[in-house]
Design a binder for this molecule. Structure first.
Ligand SMILES: Cc1ncc(COP(=O)(O)O)c(C=O)c1O
Length: 442
C-alpha cells in the first residue's frame, strides 16, 4: 500500500470545492489523510483535534471498528439493491431500530442520502399529506430567518441565510418566514437556553392571520440552529410553536440534522425539549457521517393517510436511487451499535456542565462578544473587523488548524461540536487552543 502521508495532488484546480474559499485554499491547502477517534492526521503528519465532529456528523468519533467492519462485510455481501419496488433485509432492520429510538408516535421512517434531501422529502410529504387528506389548499411553507435547511431549492426557500439565497432567483413561491430568536442584547452569555424571546413564537399567529391557516402546510425549524452560528430556542419557545401549529392544523417539522443522535445529551432535540414534531428530518449522525444517509421520521397518522387507493399503486411519488442503500444501512447499524454500547446518545448530558464551564471561561478573551452553549454545542461570537465581516473568525479557523484543532466558523462565530466521545482533558485542550488563537489574532 502506498504511504498516503507522502502523496500530494499534482493539481488542485479541477475540484471546485463546496462552501470553500477555493482560491485561498488552493494557495495554502489544508489536507487530512487519516483519522482515528478524536483526531485527524494532516498530510504533513500533524495530529488535529476534531472540535467539530467533521461537519457535525462524526458523532461517534473517527474510524470506529463496528462501523468499518459493518461496511466491509456489507460491501462484499450485497452492494446494492433497487430502492423502488424491491427491498433487502437490513433496510427494514434499520428502520425498526430507528423508530424504537425516536420520540413516541414517530413510527415510520423514509430514507434519503443527506440533510438537504431529508428536508425536501419532509416539505413534499407535508404538502402531499394535506392533499391526500382533502386539504389541497394547504401549500404554504413557513421557515425562519437565519434558518439552515440544506442547499436544495425547498431548503433554501424556507431557510433564512441571505448568502445561500440571494444568488438563486425567486426560489419557491408561497413561503414566509418567522423571525429568528437571536437576541444578544438580552441574552448574551446565557448558559443553556436563554430566558428571553419565547413570545417570538407568536409571530406565527401573525403569519396565520395574514395568509389564513387553511393555506399553510407546515412550519419548519431547527430546534437548535447550528449552521447559522448556534441560535438557541428561548425557554418555552418550541412548546409555544407546537401549540400554535396544533391549534391551526399546521404540521410542525423539526430539522434535527445536527441535533439528532445525541448532540444535546438526549437522542433527539424533541426528547430534550419535550416537544414532539409531526415530521423530523435527520442525516449526519445517523451513519456517523461515514456513508451518506438521511432519515425522515413521521408520525403514524401522516404515513397512514397515504395508505389508501388501489394496492398496486405507489402511494408517495418520491424517493432516491440510493434511499436505504445497503452499505449506508450497514454503516448506520454499526453506528447505532456503537452509540448503544458506549452510551453516546446520552453522554452529552453528563459532559454538558463541564463543557459549559470550559466554554464560558473564554468570556474575557479578546474579541468575544457572546458565548452560547447547549448539550455538546458551543458558540463563541467575535466582534467583526469593521468593514471586513467574517475575516476575524476565518483567521481564527486557520490559526486553530495550524495549532492542531479543527474548529468551524460561520460569519464571525466559532461553532464547536466535538464527537461525543470527547474526554474532559480533550475539552480543556480544545478550549485552550481557542483561547490561544483569540489572543493571537487581530
Ligand atoms: C439543520 C440542517 N439541515 C440540513 C442540512 C443539510 O445537510 P446536508 O449537508 O447533508 O445536505 C444541515 C447541514 O448542516 C443542517 O445543519
Amino acid at each position: 500500500m502506498s504511504n498516503r502521508l507522502k502523496v500530494t495532488p499534482n493539481d488542485l484546480s479541477a475540484f471546485w470545492m463546496p462552501f470553500t474559499a477555493n482560491r485561498q485554499f488552493k494557495q495554502a491547502p489544508r489536507m487530512f489523510v487519516s483519522a482515528k477517534d478524536m483526531h485527524y492526521t494532516t498530510s504533513d503528519g500533524r495530529k488535529v483535534l476534531d472540535g467539530t465532529a467533521g461537519l457535525w456528523c462524526v458523532t461517534a468519533g473517527h474510524c470506529r471498528p463496528k462501523i468499518t467492519e459493518a461496511i466491509q462485510h456489507q460491501a462484499a455481501e450485497l452492494d446494492y439493491a433497487p430502492a423502488f419496488q424491491m427491498g433487502h433485509p437490513i433496510v427494514f432492520e434499520l428502520a425498526n431500530r430507528l423508530v424504537d429510538l425516536a420520540p413516541k408516535g414517530m413510527d415510520h421512517v423514509f430514507f434519503t442520502n443527506s440533510g438537504s434531501e431529508s428536508v425536501e422529502t419532509a416539505l413534499k410529504m407535508a404538502i402531499a399529506y394535506h392533499r391526500v387528506k382533502g386539504e389541497g389548499a394547504r401549500t404554504r411553507l413557513i421557515g425562519r430567518e437565519r434558518g439552515y435547511h440544506g442547499v436544495n431549492f425547498g431548503g433554501i426557500s424556507v431557510g433564512g441565510i441571505v448568502t445561500n439565497r440571494k444568488m438563486f432567483g425567486t426560489l419557491l413561491g408561497g413561503v414566509d418566514h418567522m423571525p429568528h430568536t437571536h437576541l444578544p442584547e438580552k441574552n448574551a452569555f446565557s448558559k443553556g437556553v436563554p430566558e428571553y424571546g419565547a413570545e417570538l413564537a407568536n409571530e406565527l399567529e401573525r403569519i396565520v392571520a395574514l395568509h389564513d391557516a387553511s393555506t399553510i402546510a407546515a412550519v419548519i425549524v431547527e430546534p437548535v440552529a447550528g449552521s447559522t452560528g448556534v441560535i438557541l430556542p428561548p425557554k418555552g419557545y418550541l412548546q409555544k410553536l407546537r401549540e400554535i401549529c396544533t391549534k391551526h392544523g399546521i404540521l410542525l417539522i423539526f430539522d434535527e440534522v445536527i441535533t439528532g443522535f445525541g448532540r444535546l445529551g438526549a437522542p433527539f432535540a424533541a426528547d430534550y425539549f419535550g416537544v414532539t414534531p409531526d415530521i423530523m428530518t435527520t442525516a449526519k449522525g445517523v451513519s456517523n457521517g461515514v456513508i451518506p444517509m438521511g432519515a425522515v421520521f413521521v408520525q403514524k397518522e401522516i404515513h397512514d393517510a397515504f395508505m389508501t387507493g388501489p394496492e398496486h399503486m405507489i402511494e408517495f411519488f418520491h424517493g432516491y436511487t440510493y434511499s436505504g442503500n445497503p452499505i449506508a444501512c450497514a454503516a448506520a447499524l454499526g453506528t447505532l451499535d456503537t452509540y448503544k454500547e458506549e452510551g453516546l446518545l446520552t453522554r452529552g448530558e453528563e459532559l454538558a456542565p463541564y463543557w459549559e464551564d470550559a466554554l464560558h471561561s473564554l468570556k474575557d478573551e479578546p474579541h468575544v462578544i457572546d458565548i452560547r452553549n447547549i448539550g455538546l454545542i458551543g458558540a463563541i461570537e467575535l466582534a467583526p473587523i469593521a468593514g471586513s465581516p467574517t475575516k476575524r473568525a476565518f483567521s481564527a479557523f486557520v490559526k486553530a488548524f495550524e495549532r492542531g484543532a479543527l474548529i468551524r466558523t460561520t460569519g464571525d462565530i466559532i461553532a464547536l461540536s466535538p464527537p461525543l466521545i470527547i474526554t474532559k482533558g480533550q475539552i480543556n485542550e480544545l478550549i485552550d487552543h481557542v483561547r490561544e488563537v483569540l489572543r493571537a489574532i487581530d
